[in-house]
Design a protein around this ligand. Structure first.
Ligand code: TYD
Length: 418
């Protein structure tokens, strides 16, 4: 059953993949758009929805029961620019070269399509090698940035019709790539049909997304926000793409986004599956990713994490300490609103992304300030919202720690570290 709430957004009672009946196992409460950094005059019209995940017993897909309409999340003012992290730049360079030197090696005039190509962080490497490429990116501001760098990009959502149009204009694709995108798309079967249509019979489809196993193991519930309508596992990906003739032939864990998985799929029978697939499926069964009770335990862990973080912030505030948030991440929106963190607890959130600076955080309305303000006057504590970049950040912020500053972290557990 698909019902719509007052604003017309879809709230489902059946799995988006296999149509079995599903129900949320917990709720994070009313949530704003994770990347919806706003100006003070936009507070009145701020949009909220219920952030509640469900696990499908039948096919193993972890999903939100309600997701705002895509236009509310991906638009002209989309606040997420992939190229802000040096580490991510290196990651995508390595991803691109693994494809160029791996499956594309020796192919005559290969054609590569990237779904959700953002500002061209990955496609630029194909462009530099003179390879035919096309980015599909619905958010106009980041797509413009890619085009300005000479990267072929169309500003639209990917579906089966677009797959046919691309195929007619450029021919079938040797490789279709996506990073942190597939988990955004509620009509995953529609995209799978498009991939099936666009891919050559010996082509490959490679995508990576935050990994369910890491989220459960680390209680990193902040991966759950509006854009992430799915959190994938090898088990759920394998089942979701099988009806479209696409077989899971490789999996490779990644450290990005606090723990991701790269999935390689190919038309059924076209490639031998690597041993990593069976190994990962076995690991997931051992972890209990296919069992409802795992998610009830996860719910308890989320509640404990919330209590721990709230108590830590209150204790430090009681001691008159200055606390600043570090990194106005999408993920922080879930933490801030679920834990009901206020501007009285967190003075501001430091962020290097110009479009977020001078705005207010979604829901709690904590000011987002340029990174320079963090450097100018170090706080006593910095709450590490960009924990997925911890290595890069802690390497950069030795001055903060030398000045007596301490980090508050909440993944995998609440801790104060120097
Ligand atoms: P990101 O890691 O992409 O997380 P999410 O997917 O949850 O949005 O976002 C990182 C954010 O943190 C981005 O707004 C830039 C900011 N940031 C800093 O302010 N300083 C830094 O050193 C780094 C690495 C990121």
């Amino acid at each position: 059953m698909l019902v719509t709430n007052k604003t017309g957004d879809a709230r489902i009672g059946h799995c988006r993949i296999c149509n079995a009946q599903i129900a949320p196992f917990m709720s994070f409460g009313r949530m704003p758009i994770a990347n919806g950094f706003l100006k003070p005059d936009e507070i009145e019209s701020e949009y909220f929805f219920e952030l509640a995940p469900a696990f499908c017993d039948a096919c193993g897909m972890f999903q939100l029961i309600e997701q705002p309409q895509p236009e509310k999340m991906f638009h002209q003012q989309y606040a997420f620019y992939s190229s802000t992290s040096r580490y991510m730049q290196r990651h995508f360079e390595a991803f691109a070269h693994a494809v160029i030197n791996g499956p594309l090696a020796g192919r005559a005039d290969p054609f590569v399509v990237e779904l959700g190509s953002n500002d061209g962080i990955m496609l630029q490497h194909f462009q530099r090698c003179g390879l035919r490429h096309l980015g599909v990116e619905p958010s106009a501001n980041v797509a413009d940035m890619a085009r300005n760098r000479g990267i072929s990009t169309v500003t639209t959502f990917f579906n089966s019709k677009l797959a046919a149009d691309i195929s007619a204009e450029h021919g079938s694709a040797d490789a279709i790539l996506a990073a942190n995108v597939m988990c955004h798309i509620p009509d995953l079967p529609g995209v799978a049909a498009g991939v099936q249509r666009l891919l050559k019979s010996d082509g490959i489809f490679v995508f990576e997304d935050p990994y369910l196993g890491d989220m459960i193991a680390k209680t990193s519930y902040d991966q759950i926000y509006d854009e992430h309508v799915f959190i994938f596992s090898a088990t759920s990906v394998r089942r979701a793409f099988a009806p479209f003739g696409l077989e899971l032939v490789d999996v490779a864990p990644q450290v990005t986004h606090g723990g991701s998985m790269r999935y390689t799929l190919a038309p059924k029978g076209s490639r031998k599956a690597s041993e990593s697939v069976d190994q990962q499926l076995t690991k997931e069964a051992v972890l209990g990713l296919d069992r409802a009770e795992t998610y009830l335990k996860f719910k308890t862990n989320c509640e404990s994490s919330r209590i721990g973080l709230t108590q830590t912030l209150e204790r430090l505030r009681g001691q008159g300490k200055r606390i600043v948030g570090y990194g106005a991440t999408s993920k922080s929106t879930t933490v801030i609103n679920y834990c009901k963190i206020t501007p009285e607890q967190i003075e501001f959130i430091s962020d290097t992304t110009p479009i977020k600076q001078g705005r207010l955080s979604p829901g709690a309305h904590i000011p987002v300030r340029p990174y320079g303000e963090f450097l100018e006057r170090y706080p006593d504590y910095a709450l590490l919202f960009a924990w997925n970049h911890a290595a890069e950040i802690r390497e950069k912020e030795t001055g903060f720690v030398a000045a007596g500053g301490r980090w508050i972290v909440y993944v995998p557990e609440i801790a104060i570290v120097s």
